[in-house]
Design a protein around this ligand. Structure first.
Ligand code: ZN
Length: 461
């Protein structure tokens, strides 16, 4: 417990502890403590509960959270009072819509009123979203919440055989700007590789590292793992190890990424969706590619007009997120139980479409999801990487980086790509190009393929 608290206070602690945490990991007796096993065992047991029992559980959690928020969090108290509401007026899950939704701007501008007064935050580090566009959202969460989150992730991964504590290779996280782009965290059983893979030598080095580490799971950003798979194929390397699964997380997943990774590593790609605010968690079914949201994690509502996920997380009592608008958009929700695995988890969805800012909107009113835009990008040979930035409703910047030794074939390929995009976006959108050596990742190492500066506003109109 004391050591747990020590880790909670990491940002304020000595450099030595930070170095231990960053380079060795969290000792397993802290990470796999009683909270972890209680949560994990509960999830393994309750995953086949019938819908009514899951909803009953959700309502119990909701009542507890609302009572706490009303009594201790000034923002929620004011919001309830303004509407003449008390927590006991919420008598069913459906009644939740009596409480207004919370958007990111309100959370940021009224942050001081969002903090529970009965919890001591003096030694608590601030967490934040990755802030791929705009300013990241900052909030508090406890160390215990992180442990619970890890139990939920392990629960989801157990569908493809992963056991808590098993070794894994991570290709994610902040860039490791070193000649040797690798960190071994022995206490976590993790070998972490930088998401930036520069050349053929880099690929060869990664393959040797993964082989000698002996992990059977790779976990990380789809963009980085797909780039590695693509380069393995391009340079005709043989994969010298056998994986059980590749876990995709933290970025949008495109069909081509899944395809190349499954082909090159000859195993299942298993993807999950979550967010730093911990309001909604979903992952794929082991018997299909449908995602199920996990009802024990929080309450998920899908906006009927925009299909935005609105989530209420059960575990953050410092900064409760109630009916929080995530700006993430999904395909049409399905409310029946999953016919492929028999779980009653809900809702069920076919795809995470992306964030609102991943959609391109055009002057003639079309809303184009990223999956549609991928088509002209298939089978590129000389173009290594691309990024689309919608600057205005009628203006898109296409950023391109080429493989080394690109020839005049590259120009032809670029022109074809622009023609393909013009067909999708229509004649009223101007596409400009910018050629760069390397397309930059965000400070946390994530890659954003599409960034629209106008779509969120337009979709909400
Ligand atoms: Zn299923």
């Amino acid at each position: 417990m004391i050591i747990g608290r020590l880790f909670t206070a990491i940002p304020r602690m000595s450099t030595l502890v930070k170095v231990v945490y960053n380079y060795l990991g969290i000792p397993s007796f802290i990470r796999y403590n009683k909270t972890f096993w209680d949560t994990y065992n509960f999830l393994q047991k309750s995953q086949y509960w019938p819908r009514e029992k899951l909803q009953e559980y959700q309502f119990k959690q909701l009542k507890k959270l609302l009572r706490h928020a009303y009594e201790n969090v000034p923002y929620y108290r004011k919001t309830f009072k303004k509407r003449g509401l008390r927590p006991e007026d919420i008598r069913s899950l459906e009644d939740l819509n009596k409480i207004p939704c919370l958007d990111k701007d309100t959370f940021k501008s009224r942050f001081n009123e969002m903090i529970a007064k009965n919890i001591d935050i003096r030694n608590m580090p601030l967490s934040h979203t990755s802030g791929t566009t705009g300013k990241p959202l900052q909030f508090y969460r406890t160390y215990t919440e992180n442990i619970i989150e890890w139990a939920f992730i392990c629960h989801q991964w157990s569908r493809v055989g992963y056991k808590p504590g098993e070794r894994r290779v991570e290709i994610r996280g902040p860039l490791i700007n070193k000649k040797k782009p690798v960190i071994h965290r022995p206490l976590d059983g993790v070998l972490r590789l930088s998401p930036v893979i520069r050349d053929k030598e880099g690929v060869s080095f990664y393959l040797r590292c993964i082989k000698s580490f002996g992990a059977r799971y790779i976990h990380g950003y789809p963009s980085a793992i797909a780039t590695l798979a693509g380069m393995i194929k391009k340079y005709s390397f043989k994969v010298p190890f056998k994986l059980k699964a590749v876990f995709f997380a933290s970025e949008e997943v495109y069909g081509w990424e899944r395809k190349i990774v499954e082909e090159v590593f000859n195993c299942r790609v298993f993807s999950h969706y979550g967010q730093a605010e911990h309001v909604a968690l979903a992952s794929e079914c082991e018997n299909s590619y449908f995602y199920h949201f996990v009802p024990q994690y929080g309450i998920v509502e899908i906006d009927p007009k925009t299909h935005e996920i609105i989530g209420t997380g059960f575990f953050n009592y410092v900064n409760p997120f109630i009916r929080y608008k995530t700006t993430d958009v999904v395909s049409e929700p399905i409310l029946s139980e999953c016919e492929y695995c028999g779980r009653s988890y809900f809702p069920l969805i076919e795809r995470i479409e992306g964030r609102m800012e991943d959609f391109i909107v055009t002057p003639d009113g079309a809303v184009i999801p990223p999956a549609v835009i991928t088509h002209p990008f298939k089978d590129l040979k000389t173009i290594k990487n691309t990024q689309l930035i919608q600057l205005d409703i009628d203006s898109i910047l296409l950023r391109v980086s080429f493989f080394k030794n690109a020839t005049n074939k590259s120009e032809r390929e670029l022109n074809q790509l622009i023609c393909g995009l013009q067909e999708i976006f229509g004649p009223n959108v101007k596409i400009e190009t910018e050629i760069v050596d390397e397309i930059k990742r965000t400070p946390t190492g994530k890659f954003r393929w599409i960034i629209s500066k106008v779509s969120e506003k337009i979709l909400n109109e």
